[in-house]
Design a protein around this ligand. Structure first.
Ligand code: ADP
Length: 471
């Protein structure tokens, strides 16, 4: 099958979170399974762009309202990612340093989708499936069906994957002029609560909707930032498919970011070496259990409860554990972590920012990974942690609930709690400190979780079934 993935992120080209990881891996494994999977994304000014060779595939032009723009589609020449990668260059709009966070993001991603639809309409053939990811590509299923200029694409089945339903891309109806001539009777397919809502539109218009875990699919019917009724109504076309992880990138035996590699057999010694180098760099005690947090410092991740949970835990255990945080996001939370570095020196450290290398070293060197998330559609961090023999300490929600078994249960290897509260986190840290003393138990859990299969192969099969069901 020919599958065209449309996304705002794709690792290693541009990544802000899990979406990038998934779109960097799924097409690669689909190609390995014999499909022709391609990725189309905006051309940002990234390191990847300057370090690789490109050929021009298509030049076109289109309108965003009254603004006439030229666009160019370039293709990575060597197929080094294992799939064809196409970047859409729209001068002045997409070619920026960051992926998101600009005032004109609505204009940027709408123009991107118009360019993609114009380009695909110019092909002699139609692809078997267009697979869109998150709200930045949520208007495409509508455009393909109801814009007169893209009529050729109206019979192409679309799959829309929700990686995060909190962000929906709302825009006022005044921006409806951006969408190329469309069937005005279909206004309802764009609208939710008197705004144009790209996420809601994709749920209405896509042939199938998937979310990145089963539990998240269920949760969305009760908590989805205003779309609960829509999820209830569209249940029939929604399906949960758990993400995989890229075992070629995330492998402690070969990880290019690690100096001390280790296998399942050598996990205890291997992790200790990684921990020592981390602890030396961040002035922490390698004899104590090391808890880390890696992620966006936002409400969804319940990052704001961590400073107090860590302080309380250090107080009640008289400094029995060490903590290292890597993340960026809410300036208030960044400031609270930064403020703790000096007074808690030796027990706590934090790096505010995004650092891929350090994240790999932390998964390898830590004993425990903290994830108190309020919302976690799938969560990749806990799966990376398991692959590196690091015990996940997670709130029971979404994909965390689907992938982590509490150590109190048979064949358990993690620590689960119910509330994103200081008390629950502090109590769970206490359970971690206690089990850390039992080295045989720790080793058994590490070995067990490292062997759990979260590879993409089985996930690819599930997506193939979805595609086949809509041909
Ligand atoms: P989300 O997409 O909601 O941010 P996921 O768990 O799905 O969460 O994916 C997070 C991904 O982003 C993981 O690969 C994680 O290692 C990475 N990540 C998040 N924050 C950082 C950071 N500050 N530095 C390096 N990697 C990060």
């Amino acid at each position: 099958m020919e599958i065209i993935h449309i996304s705002a992120e794709c690792y290693p080209v541009a990544k802000a979170g899990g979406l990038g990881d998934v779109v960097g891996a799924l097409p690669k494994y689909q190609c390995k399974a014999g499909h022709i999977a391609k990725v189309v994304m905006p051309m940002y000014r990234t390191k990847f762009l300057y370090e690789n060779e490109w050929t021009v595939d298509f030049k076109g032009n289109a309108n965003l309202g009254s603004w006439f723009f030229d666009f160019t589609i370039i293709k990575e020449s060597t197929n080094k990612l294992g799939f064809d990668l196409f970047l859409v260059d729209i001068n002045g709009l997409l070619d920026r340093q960051r992926i998101y966070g600009y005032d004109d993001d609505s204009e940027r991603f709408t123009a991107f989708q118009i360019a993609v639809a114009s380009w695909m309409s110019s092909w002699e053939h139609n692809p078997d499936v267009v697979h869109c990811h998150d709200h930045h590509t949520g208007l495409l299923p509508f455009m393909m069906q109801y814009c007169y200029d893209f009529k050729k694409l109206s019979s192409v089945p679309t799959v829309f994957t929700i990686h995060n339903a909190q962000y929906q891309g709302w825009m006022g109806w005044d921006k409806s002029r951006y969408i190329p001539r469309w069937d005005l009777w279909k206004r309802g397919m764009l609208d939710w609560a008197d705004s144009i809502n790209p996420l809601a539109s994709a749920i209405k218009c896509a042939t199938r909707v998937t979310t990145v875990s089963w539990s998240y699919m269920e949760e969305l019917r009760f908590h989805s930032n205003g779309l609960e009724k829509l999820f209830e109504y569209e249940r029939g076309k929604c399906i949960g498919i758990l993400n995989g992880i890229d075992n070629e990138v995330w492998n402690p035996e070969t990880d290019k970011y690690l100096t001390d590699h280790y296998s399942v057999k050598k996990v205890t010694g291997g992790k200790q070496k990684n921990k020592e180098s981390l602890c030396q760099q961040f002035s922490l005690d390698p004899e104590k259990p090391l808890f880390v947090f890696i992620g966006r410092l936002v409400g969804e991740k319940a990052a704001e409860i961590l400073p107090d949970a860590i302080k309380t835990s250090l107080y009640y255990t008289q400094g029995a554990a060490c903590f290292l945080v890597l993340g960026s996001g809410d300036p208030e939370v960044e400031w609270r972590f930064t403020e703790m570095i000096e007074p808690y020196k030796g027990s706590f450290n934090a790096v505010i920012g995004y650092d891929e290398t350090l994240s790999h070293r932390m998964y390898a060197g830590a004993d425990f990974l903290l994830m108190p998330s309020r919302v976690e559609p799938c969560g990749l961090n806990q799966m990376y942690a398991m692959r590196y023999g690091t015990v996940p300490v997670v709130r029971s929600t979404g994909g965390l609930q689907d992938t982590v078994v509490d150590m109190g249960d048979p064949e358990g290897f993690g620590i689960r709690f119910n509330h994103a509260s200081i008390h629950d986190v502090e109590y769970s840290i206490g359970r971690g400190i206690a089990v850390y003393q039992d080295t045989a138990h720790m080793e058994k859990m590490r070995k067990w979780m490292m062997q759990i299969d979260h590879s993409w192969e089985s996930t690819v099969d599930q997506y193939t079934q979805v595609y086949e069901s809509i041909q």
